[in-house]
Design a protein around this ligand. Structure first.
Ligand code: DC
Length: 221
């Protein structure tokens, strides 16, 4: 049976950065489940589907051909055979994903895909429901969080490095709103699994967080 490390937590907690480092160190595959919700959202946008039209979302979800492969250890998401990795990180796609990921038909299709991947390979998988729904039997579960202030500051610094002006209090307000949506939705809300260890990265370096997870993996796997 394959091994897995399940990492959940709110947006901006550093899950993907850390998950990649942990996967690299252990020789596991890093699976970014948010990218799958984003690929579905991209398809809905391309089909001009209204985010509140549940019937249309579910119909489009059933026909959407999304698949995942790995090239040199990097996840490639394809939509009807097109590599869409470069199109997923926009605000428009993120906002649609945040709404369409609340739909149970969307979730069920993508959860099956995620479970199949974790069956085939040793994975570090990050998302919102990995320890609770996708891989409830994973022996190594992490709930990674940080204060909304720290997450807003990290995002602000990222934008500043790219020369993009930003308002830090606006960023923090958006983060709080998104946390609220992710944690209170009806289907698979973001929550810490009972057997997940909690890591608050607010005052930790990336290396400290990576090492804390590697220590936990060494104990549990
Ligand atoms: O982590 P991210 O920003 O790429 O995720 C995009 C959206 O998908 C986000 O609003 C939360 C949702 N998501 C989810 O509901 N379940 C997951 N396992 C991963 C992401």
């Amino acid at each position: 049976m394959s091994n897995s490390i399940a990492i959940d937590g709110p947006a901006g907690a550093g899950k993907s950065t850390i998950a990649k480092l942990v996967a690299e160190k252990l020789g596991y595959i890093y699976v970014d489940t948010g990218a799958m919700y984003r690929a579905m959202a991209l398809y809905l946008i391309r089909q001009h589907i209204d985010r509140n039209d549940t019937v249309a979302i579910e119909k489009a979800c059933e026909e959407a051909d999304i698949s995942i492969s790995f090239e040199d250890g990097q996840q490639v998401v394809t939509l009807f055979g097109e590599n869409v990795n470069g199109l997923l990180r926009t605000e428009e796609v993120g906002n649609m994903a945040s709404v369409s990921s609340t739909n149970p038909v969307v979730r069920s299709k993508l959860v099956s895909l995620q479970q199949k991947l974790a069956c085939e390979k040793d994975v570090v998988m990050d998302g919102r429901d990995i320890g609770t729904v996708v891989l409830p039997d994973s022996k190594c579960k992490i709930y990674l969080t940080a204060s909304s202030k720290v997450r807003a500051k990290r995002r602000y610094d990222e934008l500043a490095a790219k020369g993009e002006p930003a308002d830090i209090s606006r960023i923090e307000a958006d983060i709080i709103e998104r946390d609220n949506r992710d944690m209170t939705r009806e289907h698979s809300p973001l929550r810490r699994a009972d057997d997940a260890i909690l890591i608050d990265s607010s005052d930790m370096t990336i290396e400290e967080v990576r090492d804390a997870i590697l220590l936990e993996a060494g104990r549990k796997l």
